[in-house]
Every structure is written in structure tokens, then in C-alpha cells.
Write a protein that binds this ligand. Sequence first.
Ligand SMILES: NC(=O)c1ccc[n+]([C@@H]2O[C@H](COP(=O)([O-])OP(=O)(O)OC[C@H]3O[C@@H](n4cnc5c(N)ncnc54)[C@H](OP(=O)(O)O)[C@@H]3O)[C@@H](O)[C@H]2O)c1
Length: 293
Amino acid sequence: MSIFDSIVITGGYGMLANALLRKLAQRRLSVHAVDRDVCDITRESDVDSLFQSARPTLLINCAAHTKVDQCEDQVDAANAINGTGVGLLAAACKKSGAMLVHFSTDFVFDGQGKRPYRSDDPVGPVSAYGRSKLLGEQKLQENAPDKWLILRTAWLYGRNGPNFPRTIVERGKAGQPLKVVDDQVGSPTYTEDLAAATLELVELQKSGIWHLSNSGQTSWFEFARAALEEFGVKAEVAPTTTAQWLAIRPKQARRPAYSVLNVSPFEKATGHPMRPWREALRDYARAVKQDGF
Ligand SMILES: NC(=O)c1ccc[n+]([C@@H]2O[C@H](COP(=O)([O-])OP(=O)(O)OC[C@H]3O[C@@H](n4cnc5c(N)ncnc54)[C@H](OP(=O)(O)O)[C@@H]3O)[C@@H](O)[C@H]2O)c1
């Protein structure tokens, strides 16, 4: 029996799920991908039905409330989806013996760090989204199945979904003014690379909390400029600061100033480096030019 015998993805219509589906198809593995119309992960009865019908050996949870600013006003929904829902999935995996792979975020950190965050560094989220994602990590560990992975990632973008480089490129093409913060630093991560890395850790039968992002670091401003360059869009982008941005949009969620993740445990485990973020962005631009956003 293989862990890949019955793969189920919850939140299966989202951006990362789409990349996982492509990677699994390349390996000729079949997958049952469901979203909230079939399995709302906050409903125990939906989770029970899914486990009864699909009998997963591997459950990959991509379901999440990912709209960071909205989470500030929708704390209960954020905690239900990103927190207690994850606990329900974990309990179901524990009961059935399935492995659970779950994604978390750099936003569990407060952003005051000065070197890449290790997975055992103290957490301290500064937004409702970050707190809800941390709750999910805790609920998973309280109900931990025999085999589980929490994969914290950052600044995610990819095909089939709204994301930062896409927004910048579309606004740039439309001639809209672009102003982007230059004082938040992190590591952009391409969903294709995260999906591949995820499957590698599953295959290696790893467990626990891991950090996965493309390598290197940049600011949102530099990321915006790089996206325009890779997509060949001629548009001006002006730098701004978080303080100036918050003065215009006071209801916006706070974000960590520094959230680079230390991916060296993954690199040691697999014997290869994560791809530099700029190379991955170039690949994304190539894929979009070929097949569209
Ligand atoms: N995007 C980033 O920059 C980023 C950064 C770090 C970590 N992450 C984490 O990476 C993972 C994947 O992110 P993503 O960007 O691929 O997310 P996404 O595109 O927003 O996909 C999430 C999916 O989950 C669905 N969903 C929402 N509530 C649900 C519920 N109650 N039950 C079942 N499905 C539900 C969403 O449906 P609706 O569209 O209908 O809501 C959507 O299809 C998430 O865990 C996220 O927190 C993302």
C-alpha cells in the first residue's frame, strides 16, 4: 500500500491546489479534488462524508480564507476555516490513519526577525489572518494524525488565481499608477515549486513543521518591478512605506516587515536547493504568456 493510493485535496479549486493537481498528473497519480461546494471543512458532517466516500490515504488541505485584509473584519470565519476546520480534518485523518498535509504561512511570525525564520522560532502573528493560521497549526497538533506535515510558505503566486504579480502586470498594462511598499521583505514563492517540494517531503516520509519558499529575498516594490520586467510591461512603479500605506488604508491588516523563511532543512533533506525566486518568476511569466493567467 502506498501513501499515494487515495489522494484527496480540500480547497481543491484554489491556486495552490491547481499546481498540485498538475504535479500529481505529471506523476500519473489520480486525485480527488473537492472545494467548499462538496466539502466545507468547517462542517464536521461534510468532512465525515468525504472520508467515508473517498477514504483518503493522503489528505492535502489547501482550503483557507486567504484574503488577509478581509480576515480583520471576518475573524470568526477566518478562525473557523483556517483554525477549527483544520482541527476537524486532523481528527478525521487521525481516526482513519490518513496522512495530513496542511499549509501555513510566514504571517505566523511578527516580522521583527533579522535572519531567516526557522520552523522552531517563536511565533507572534500581527494580523487576524496570521492568528487564524496559527490556530490551525495548533488544532492540527492537538489532533495530530500519525503522519502530518505543516508547510509554512510565503508570498505565494501561480496560475489560476489572483496574486500579486498578476495584479501588478494587469494594472501596469492598463496604465494605472503603481505604488508599492519597499519596507516589507520576504521570499516570493511559485506554486509549481511549492507543489513539487510538498510531494518530495511526502515521498521522503517527513513529518512536522517545514518552511518552503523560493530562495532569496526581496521587497514587494522590487518584486513588482521584477514582474513588470519579466512580463515585458513598460510601467512606472513608485516605492512607498508601510506607514504611508496604512495612513491611506487604516483598516488594512498589519503585515510582518521581515518574513524570510529558512528553507535549509528542506534543502538538506532533499539534497537540492529551492529555486531562486527570480528564476521561478521568469518561469511563471513564460507559462502565462503561453497559456494565459
Ligand atoms: N496566497 C499566499 O500568498 C499565501 C502565502 C502563504 C501561505 N498561503 C497558504 O497556502 C495555502 C493555499 O493558498 P492559495 O493562495 O492557493 O489559496 P486560494 O487560492 O485562496 O484557495 C483556497 C481555496 O479554499 C477554498 N475554501 C475557502 N473556505 C473553504 C471552506 N470552508 N471549505 C473548503 N474550502 C474552502 C476557497 O474557496 P473560495 O474561493 O470560494 O473562498 C479556495 O478555493 C493556504 O493555506 C494559504 O493560507 C498562501
